[in-house]
Design a protein around this ligand. Structure first.
Ligand SMILES: Nc1ncnc2c1ncn2[C@@H]1O[C@H](COP(=O)(O)OP(=O)(O)O)[C@@H](O)[C@H]1O
Ligand SMILES: [Mg+2]
Length: 383
């Protein structure tokens, strides 16, 4: 049965009120729907857009129940919500997309990697870390350079450490365990490029966005180039791997799949996210249907829109906070003084050095010049 209401606006509940929820909400509202937002603090980037703003979190049963009650269907903007909470929501008769089952296969990176590997998806070598696993144990299996990663709650590089010796290992064990106790180790991939693809799937359709190249700075996504400048054969392979990954977790909804392309042209999956993804922001202006619109469409089980690009190239650059101050852009005139700039500011109350505060997208015919403009604008941002 369709969740779309005929006698009032359909309300899509989003767990989380950050920038991803905000950009999905814009699209929901544009298409005549409403959103309900659950976030810990009032006036979040997405919460501030709707009268259905619920302030609290999953452990606050009263608020959670009101949020569930207000929503016709529920989706999420991050994978950090324990899947057992989602299961409870499903047991109350409310549909969650992606399902609690899918989230349970993704939110623990060790379970995610194990699931993908079992399904035949190429992943880097990895190893569970127990309290008695020594540096030598890991080194013997993964080689002398590897990463320690938190199994849960990692984002923007928080939760990762590169290990080259016993000292690094001991320090990282202490540091990472203080954030989240359970860890795993992963072989260091000497990648030539990092790639990403968005995949959107309903019971009736599955569509891929173009393969993009992502360039991280300090483990945070910095620049995205769409489409990735790689051979057609490799794009095709990346697409197949991405679809295979989504099927492996029985995923419906929208997914971002991060991949490594190594010197031997081997592609392996780094991680997948069950939601819109930073690497897909370019699609707002770059594609016929953005990842956020298709997120809403897939959540509601509606026909998916075209994922084709509208111009040959799109370049997206993240605007990371440059100061610890109010989250208001200080120089709109300077940033907008180019007729090809698409500016997105997330409306976060406070800026913090390195915090994702917004992004810029430029689309056009000349990739080199798009990258040049994007970089020079980013440098000028005061935020
Ligand atoms: N096995 C690896 N080998 C080499 N670099 C890696 C590896 N895993 C992660 N990285 C680097 O760290 C970045 C962030 O790691 P990732 O596992 O994606 O964590 P997060 O959840 O923080 O995005 C990656 O985009 C990549 O640049
Ligand atoms: Mg990542």
């Amino acid at each position: 049965m369709s969740v779309i209401k005929k006698d009032r606006k359909t309300i899509i509940g989003i767990l989380g009120g950050g920038q991803l929820a905000r950009m999905s909400a814009f699209q929901a509202i544009r298409m005549g729907f409403e959103v309900a937002i659950l976030e810990k603090e009032k006036d979040s980037p997405a919460g501030s857009l709707t009268k259905n703003e619920f302030v609290g979190w999953l452990n606050d049963e009263e608020v959670l129940n009101r949020f569930i009650e207000a929503s016709d269907i529920i989706t999420l903007e991050n994978e950090f919500i324990d899947s057992s909470f989602l299961k409870k929501i499903e047991e109350q008769g409310k549909k969650v997309i992606p399902s609690s089952k899918t989230i349970s296969l993704i939110q623990d990176k060790l379970i995610q990697k194990t699931t993908l590997k079992k399904a035949g998806v190429p992943v880097p070598n990895f190893l569970q870390i127990n309290s008695d696993t020594s540096f030598e144990n890991v080194k013997n299996i993964l080689g002398k350079k590897f990463l320690l990663k938190s199994r849960k709650m990692g984002y923007d590089g928080y939760g990762n450490a590169t290990i080259k010796n016993k000292n690094d290992y001991q320090n990282a064990l202490e540091k990472l365990s203080s954030r989240h106790a359970e860890l795993y180790a992963e072989e260091f991939v000497n990648f030539r490029k990092e790639l990403a693809i968005m995949v959107v799937r309903t019971k009736k359709e599955i569509k891929c966005y173009p393969v993009v190249e992502t360039i991280q700075k300090n483990h945070i996504c910095h620049l995205v180039i769409a489409p990735a400048q790689i051979e057609k054969r490799l794009s095709k392979l990346a697409e197949e791997i991405a679809i295979h990954s989504v099927e492996a977790v029985k995923g419906f909804g929208i997914f971002g799949i991060e991949m490594f392309l190594d010197e031997q042209d081997k592609i392996s999956v780094n991680e997948m996210a069950p939601r819109p993804h930073n690497s897909g922001h370019y699609s707002i202006e770059g594609c016929i249907t953005s990842q956020f619109e298709n997120h809403i469409r897939a959540t509601l089980g509606l026909p998916l829109g075209s994922t084709k690009m509208v111009k040959p190239y799109a370049v997206m650059i993240n605007l990371l906070g440059k100061r610890n101050d109010i989250g208001i852009l200080q120089n709109y005139d300077e940033i907008l003084s180019d007729d090809n700039i698409n500016l997105h500011i997330y409306g976060k109350k406070n800026s913090r050095i390195g915090r994702k505060m917004g992004h810029i997208t430029i689309i056009g015919e000349n990739l080199k010049s798009l990258i040049k403009i994007a970089r020079s604008k980013e440098k000028k941002i005061i935020l």
